[in-house]
Ligand binder design. Structure first.
Ligand code: MG
Length: 186
């Protein structure tokens, strides 16, 4: 795995952590995982969203623990500083990533962010999951994310959406997540 280091930005202005780096950087992360019946009926892992396990008969098919929200958070953090993405840093054919807890990916992305001289300012996530409904778990997920990112809970937001029963997500065959994160130079 690469070690964190300031990354040259294509957008100009030098490395993000340099003295001429912008005061703010924004990052977007996206992830989707196919949901299959959980063991012993199928290959799905337990459905974990933002580090919180949801009771469901389907779960993600994934090399790691398949936490789509934490994967999107990781890519948003890495994207904001122009670093390699989650698939480049944690290849899904690497044995050390088999069943790996996705909190590790977020922590590593945060190390990259800090090495560039930034801290998360706030994060907003949208989780599109037909069932179970996210509403009962939002508070727990926000608390976990805030702790993971060293942010107060009022700087972390998670929205749950349905896909109106259409397409794979709406038919309960996938979970989809979008995340936007703002970084502040410190
Ligand atoms: Mg993923």
């Amino acid at each position: 795995m690469s070690s964190p280091e300031p990354v040259q930005s294509d957008a100009g202005g030098g490395a993000p952590g340099g003295t001429d780096g912008p005061a703010w950087r924004i990052g977007h992360g996206y992830d989707l995982h196919r949901l299959e019946p959980t063991a012993p009926a199928g290959p799905g892992r337990p459905l974990v969203v933002g580090g919180v396990e949801l009771d469901h008969d389907r779960g993600p098919v994934a090399h790691s623990d398949g936490d789509a929200l934490l994967h999107a958070v990781t890519d948003a953090l890495l994207g904001a500083i122009g670093a390699p993405d989650i698939g480049q840093l944690f290849p899904d054919d690497a044995s050390e990533n088999e069943g790996r807890g996705s909190r590790d990916f977020v922590r590593e992305a945060l190390r990259w962010v800090r090495a560039c001289g930034y801290e998360p300012a706030n994060l907003d996530a949208t989780v599109i999951l037909e069932r179970p409904r996210l509403s009962a778990h939002k508070g727990a997920i926000i608390t976990r994310l805030a702790r993971l990112l060293d942010l107060p809970v009022d700087r972390v937001n998670v929205k749950g959406k349905s896909h109106e029963r259409v397409d794979a997500v709406g038919e309960g065959r996938a979970i989809e997540v979008h995340v936007v994160v703002l970084l502040e130079r410190v």
